[in-house]
Design a protein around this ligand. Structure first.
Ligand SMILES: *Cc1c(COP(=O)(O)O)cnc(C)c1O
Length: 232
């Protein structure tokens, strides 16, 4: 049994998200809780799904396939890729996910456009990841490259981007990063912001998040990542 009751935790999180929204003069209905199910046992995820939750985030394509491919027909299910996408996994990712939040480099724009042209099918909806802290080990376009990258996506590859995503540096005040992401989104006419995790989602809501990505505060501590898996 997980130490946390995920169904109870979900209800509490939705209450707190709603309260944070109202305190900021926002409509709670603007904010979606993305339940981050990576590395969580089905014992924790199943009850949340049964309670009506439908939006889930995963950070590895293969792991997500194992968990969700057989459940893809579930009405209303929305799967969001929140981890880095390697070009060689793009076909699988486009087949499984409704949203890819981690578009982060020109090569991936090209790959996604190729998948679209080859399959003729609609692509997942796209968010661009911005490396707001300009951390060398972290994925994402830099804040100063973001406008050009968004223009390239649209004008060179015909890709519609619907929002931005960021993961602030662990040791910094997240509010500064959320404010920066909001500013980049506003000047590019983007209405959706994926930001805020277990420890800072209320701050993110105050700064305009439309999607908060919550794992451990919902499902409990994660199992360690499988050592053999390559990043996807
Ligand atoms: C794992 C992960 C989360 C969830 O983190 P918690 O702190 O457990 O809420 C959110 N976003 C991304 C990109 C992640 O990889």
């Amino acid at each position: 049994m997980p130490e946390l009751d995920p169904v109870f935790a979900r209800a509490q999180l939705l209450d707190r998200i709603g309260a944070a929204a109202r305190a900021a003069g926002r409509d709670p209905g603007e904010i979606t809780l993305t339940a981050v199910s990576k590395q969580q046992p089905w014992d924790a995820i199943g009850p949340v799904l049964a309670a009506g939750h439908r939006v889930f985030g995963e950070n590895r394509v293969q792991e997500a396939q194992g968990r969700w491919a057989g459940r893809r027909d579930l009405p209303g299910l929305e799967l969001r890729l929140i981890g880095p996408l390697q070009s060689n996994k793009a076909d699988d990712a486009c087949a499984l996910f409704d949203v890819v939040e981690t578009v982060d480099r020109p090569k991936l724009l090209r790959t996604l456009a190729e998948v679209r042209d080859r399959t003729g099918g609609p692509l997942p909806r796209l968010f661009v990841q911005v490396n707001t802290g300009e951390e060398p080990q972290k994925a994402g376009v830099t804040p100063q490259d973001a406008d050009g990258f968004l223009r390239e996506a649209r004008e060179v590859f015909g890709l519609e981007v619907e929002g931005l995503m960021c993961i602030p540096p662990q040791e910094e005040e997240p509010a500064l990063h959320f404010a920066l992401l909001r500013k980049i989104a506003a000047r590019n006419g983007l209405a959706r912001l994926s930001m805020g995790m277990s420890d800072d989602y209320e701050t993110a809501v105050r700064f305009g998040a439309t999607h908060v990505r919550i794992g451990s505060a919902l499902f409990g501590a994660r199992a360690p990542a499988p050592a053999t898996a390559t990043p996807s």
